[in-house]
Design a binder for this molecule. Structure first.
Ligand code: UD1
Ligand code: CA
Length: 455
């Protein structure tokens, strides 16, 4: 089979985004637009992928890494000029080249596959991927002759009134016979409304040379959407979100209100997990089976095992093992690891700490820089005092210890297993097994003294 190549056009600044961030780096469901395009091309088994970079070249290259080769377009003189920059690499290759814009994040690998097949079956020099837009404004229009054969593409700004009425648009994706593409590119000029070298002019040129030019019309306009401004970005996010949610529901996840459930592209979920509305799952989060995640939860880059219950809480780079629960209104910060069947209740914060199986942390507690064993009871309002103003220090608490309410454990300190800390203690010295530590002023009751007070 002939060699398949791909070019991603990602050199533009994206003026219409009005952003300091380069257009193709704006995210759709937690992943940059250009990464979505690259991911789908990879899925379509294309060996040779070249990304044309220009504005923000370094940032784009850093974000995609070695998954693609790069070519620099120093000046952004148009999409045709952008493709020409790949000539040194691709110009002499026999085979087909697919071109995709970095600002069309919704295309699926299957569509690219179908485009290749359509193109190959017809032995075409060029095949345009088209769709029918409810509102074609801004897109290049597909001009067909009386018998429906593609003649050329006309850009919005160059189109006359009749052409502007055409609803079939150029999605910006094409499949070309590679050598014919580069030969035709030599013939384009910038004699148009935008003074740019349009890639789209190649179609009319090939047509004029009696080459076979075809168009593969896809059914789903949404998939072909190009993002030029923030309004389209929000719309693309919505389309992608619906697609992701549908996928996970089909995989066995229940969603009470999919319209308000926000799952990033790289998140994974297990069966029989239930998500209430207004749940946000971001980054590389992994959620197991049989979990229940309530409204108002936000989970970023975290690993949640099976049967975990999360109620209106925020988790960042944390891990929760089987059967544990948290919330409402608690916060796991980076490197918090919650063991099996641990209970974390209301208004607790845990950072850089391991909490062993069966331990309970019910209310209003801060745990930072600590290792807790199994079956410990941490009372209400306990503070692990981990910071001396300069350094962070570690606290260890052994299995089955009891930490009374409103205690401060001033690190570094060790509480042995089976130790008991009386409520209200400020612990600065280690406590041995079976000892009870009480560290607070003794209470004095003054007989009838309240009567003398002005209250
Ligand atoms: C382009 C097409 C239009 C099509 C639409 C689909 C042309 C002339 N027009 O228009 O027919 O309907 O896409 O979304 O091709 N880029 C470069 N270098 C440049 C210019 C652009 O790399 O010099 C990149 C951009 O970063 C972008 C892509 O090419 O990813 C498309 O450019 P853009 O300016 O968005 O083209 P459209 O006006 O959307
Ligand atoms: Ca565009």
């Amino acid at each position: 089979m002939a060699k398949r190549n791909a070019i991603i056009l990602a050199a533009g600044k994206g003026t219409r985004m009005r952003s300091k961030l380069y257009k193709v780096l704006h995210q759709v469901c937690g992943k940059t637009m250009v990464d979505h395009v690259l991911t789908q091309l990879e899925k379509a088994h294309i060996e040779n992928i070249i990304t044309v970079v220009g504005f923000g070249a370094k940032t784009v290259e850093e974000s995609l890494g070695h998954r693609t080769r790069y070519v620099l377009q120093k000046q952004q003189l148009g999409t045709g000029h952008a493709v020409m920059q790949t000539k040194d690499i691709l110009g002499d290759i026999d085979g087909e080249t697919i071109i995709v814009s970095g600002d069309t994040p919704l295309f699926r690998a299957e569509t690219f596959e179908k485009l290749f097949q359509y193109h190959e079956q017809r032995h075409a020099a060029a095949t345009i991927l088209t769709s029918v837009a409810p509102d074609p404004t801004g897109y290049g229009r597909i001009v067909r002759n009386d018998v429906g054969i593609v003649e050329r593409i006309v850009e919005q700004k160059d189109a006359n009134v009749q052409e502007q009425a055409i609803k079939e648009i150029n999605t910006g994706v094409y499949c070309f016979d590679n050598k014919k593409l580069f030969a035709a590119l030599n013939k384009i000029n910038n004699d148009n409304a935008q003074g740019e070298y349009y890639l789209t002019d190649v179609i009319g040129i090939l047509k004029g040379e009696d080459e076979i030019v075809t168009a593969y019309k896809m059914d789903d306009f949404d998939e072909s959407m190009g993002v030029n401004d923030r309004v389209a970005l929000a719309r693309a996010n919505k389309v992608m979100r619906n697609r992701i949610n549908k996928h996970w529901m089909q995989e066995g996840v229940s969603m009470i209100d999919p319209d308000t459930t926000y799952i990033d592209a790289d998140v994974t979920l297990g069966r029989d997990t239930v998500l209430e509305g207004n749940v946000v799952l971001k980054g590389k989060t992994v959620i197991g089976n049989d979990c229940y995640i309530s409204a108002g939860s936000r989970i970023i880059d975290s690993t949640i095992h099976d049967g975990v219950k999360i109620t209106s809480s925020t988790l960042e780079s944390a891990e929760m093992h089987n059967g544990s629960d948290i919330g409402p209104n608690s916060h796991l910060r980076p490197e918090a690891e919650i063991g099996e069947n641990v209970h974390i209740g209301n208004f607790c914060e845990v950072k850089k700490a391991y909490i062993g199986e069966g331990t309970k942390v019910g209310h209003l507690t801060y745990i930072g820089n600590a290792t807790l064993g199994k079956n410990i009871n941490v009372g209400c309002g306990v503070v692990f005092v981990n910071y001396d103003g300069t350094n962070k220090h570690h606290t260890n608490v052994g299995d089955h210890a009891f930490i009374g309410s409103n205690s401060n454990l001033v690190a570094p300190v060790n509480i042995a297993k089976d130790a008991f800390i009386a409520a209200g203690s400020t612990i600065t010295d280690s406590v041995e097994q079976y000892d009870m530590a009480i560290a607070r002023a003794r209470q004095v009751n003054k007989k009838d003294y309240a009567k003398k007070l002005p209250w």
